[in-house]
Design a protein around this ligand. Structure first.
Ligand SMILES: [Cu+2]
Length: 226
């Protein structure tokens, strides 16, 4: 190889090494969401009730304009976190208030409620097993999906013509929203990733960057403990 060729290879490798170093440092410096602990939040029936919301813009922190999930901790405060500690083999009753608008799904497999107890969810109190996002003004805003549990629930978007929409989190229920409810059983101990499968990262490549790939916004972990 010529001298110039060797210099090019060395410079190329140097760029790769510097790239990884910057990536590592930025990843280390990014804020990490706190783990919200539900392990001692059992109701008398042994189940755990969780309330979650999805918002069109978080309104504060690292990226105020990003879409996000939030969770209400057992003390009743809204926490900007997608990392939830749950006991194993426990029924979890989930309520998700969805304040974001939606769009027709690009991949229709996510219109189906999957893996919940009874194979159903409720959408504003009515049973739902499939939601056709190509009809009406709502579409799907986000999904709550835990691939390892085959669990997925589409979160119906707020009507595109709605005017009483929430600006920033935490949103209160006097703003337009849809309420999805479902229950599932936690498996044995382990860490299970979950995420939204609607490419909702507006302004990023194919909608799959930004909040879709940053812990605390459109994905997180179920930290299931024995
Ligand atoms: Cu999403």
């Amino acid at each position: 190889m010529s001298f110039g060729g060797r210099v090019s290879v060395v410079l190329g490798l140097l760029v790769v090494v510097i790239g990884f170093a910057v990536w590592g440092v930025v990843g280390f410096l990014l804020p990490q969401p706190p783990t919200v602990d539900f392990t001692s939040a059992q109701t008398p029936t042994g189940a755990i009730d969780m309330t979650v919301q999805t918002v069109p813009a978080i309104g504060f922190g690292y990226q105020p304009v990003w879409v996000s999930y939030l969770v209400k901790n057992p003390q009743g405060q809204w926490i900007h976190s997608t990392v939830w500690k749950l006991p194993a083999h426990t029924r979890i009753n989930v309520t998700i208030d969805q304040y974001d608008s939606g769009s027709p799904l690009r991949n229709q497999q996510w219109w189906r409620v999957q893996g919940t107890l009874g194979g159903q969810a409720t959408y504003n109190g009515k049973p739902l097993s499939v939601y056709d996002s190509n009809t009406g003004n709502n579409g799907i805003g986000h999904t709550f999906t835990v691939p390892a549990l085959n669990l997925s629930v589409p979160l119906v978007g707020v009507d595109g013509n709605a005017t009483n929409t929430c600006g920033s989190a935490p949103c209160t229920t006097n703003f337009d929203h849809n309420t999805m409810k479902f229950s599932f059983m936690t498996p044995g101990a382990g860490t299970y990733s979950w995420q939204c499968f609607v490419p909702c990262g507006g302004g990023y490549l194919f909608g799959n960057g930004g909040p879709m790939t940053t812990l605390g916004y459109m994905g997180g972990f179920l930290d299931v403990v024995a």
